[in-house]
Ligand binder design. Structure first.
Ligand SMILES: Nc1ncnc2c1ncn2[C@@H]1O[C@H](COP(=O)(O)OP(=O)(O)OP(=O)(O)O)[C@@H](O)[C@H]1O
Ligand SMILES: [Mg+2]
Length: 280
């Protein structure tokens, strides 16, 4: 029996060239992700979280982007350097993305129902009733009025609704790996919780693996098996979530953990702040 992980990334390196300048966006990025596992990626803005996940399926624009080193194997099959036709079959069905920018994956000229339907037709040919699959996908992300939303164009929806439609589209394909790049940032806290619960349910039912990029350590704590911290394009800390959170080595990790609101501490912190602001 093979113990090979679903996704195995080794020494991934990405640069951006502009004129004679070369920026190293990611370097020496290595991790494993098994079926049904959640790996959280945290790190300050510009640390290479999005770039290293987009590089996996050739989603970075060449030029200026260039994957200069490394390997990314999905079920043992190398993705780096794979031809575009094969990569397009990996995207969506095997590795789906919830992009950081809600506008990125929605096409402005088609209504939401058509776009989710296309994803279903392309990746789930077993689903004969596409309209029902679209409705179900929208209901899954707690959209109360799936009929109306299906007939809407992206610009007619709020940012939060667009985000949910995008999540519905990614999940409708029932991918093996979901890359969720700040999936709930645009959503209010109650919806955030519902979406995270939904991801947890699909993860458990389908053994979907999740690469979860987030700034929210509360979500990391309740959701991720492992966490890796990126800084300046490198992974500076990696481990089981409880270990990293229990004894963080990196300053950034410590700062993030200190920001998690805890019951009973909030009031004290607010009082302290008010006291600091009070004229003496
Ligand atoms: N299209 C691009 N052209 C040039 N440089 C880029 C491009 N996209 C990203 N970079 C650079 O790559 C580095 C990593 O960017 P990346 O988007 O991965 O950061 P991030 O960790 O996802 O940040 P954030 O938390 O803000 O989303 C940054 O230094 C960024 O400036
Ligand atoms: Mg990003």
């Amino acid at each position: 029996m093979s113990s090979e992980p679903l996704l195995q990334v080794r020494d991934l390196g990405v640069t951006f060239r502009s004129g004679s300048r070369t920026t190293v966006a990611a370097t020496g990025v290595s991790f494993d992700l098994g079926a049904g596992e959640v790996l959280a990626v945290v790190g300050e803005s510009g640390s290479g979280k999005s770039v290293s996940s987009l590089a996996l399926t050739g989603l970075l624009p060449p030029p200026p982007a260039c994957v200069v080193t490394g390997s990314a194997k999905l079920s043992g099959v190398e993705l780096i350097g794979m031809d575009e036709a094969s990569l397009s079959r990996v995207r969506g069905r095997r590795i789906a993305y919830i992009f950081q920018e809600p506008g990125t994956s929605l096409n402005p000229v088609y209504d939401i129902g058509f776009q989710i339907g296309e994803a279903v037709r392309l990746h789930r040919p077993d689903k004969k009733d596409v309209a029902a699959a679209v409705r179900r996908a929208l209901e899954d992300v707690r959209i109360d009025d799936p009929g109306r939303v299906a007939r809407s164009y992206p610009h007619e929806l709020s940012g939060g609704m667009q985000q949910r439609a995008m999540i519905a589209m990614a999940l409708a394909c029932r991918p093996d790996v979901l890359v969720a790049d700040e999936p709930t940032t645009a959503l209010d806290v109650t919806i955030q919780k519902e979406i995270m619960d939904l991801l947890a349910r699909i993860r458990a039912e389908k053994r979907m693996a999740i690469l979860l990029i987030t700034h929210n350590f509360g979500i990391v704590a309740s959701f991720a098996d492992h966490v890796q911290v990126m800084r300046n394009g490198r992974i500076v800390e990696h481990g089981r979530t409880a270990e990293v959170m229990g004894s963080p080595r990196d300053d950034y990790t410590r700062g993030l953990i200190a920001c998690i609101p805890r019951l009973g501490q909030r009031r004290r912190r607010l009082t302290t702040l008010r006291e600091e602001l009070r004229p003496r």
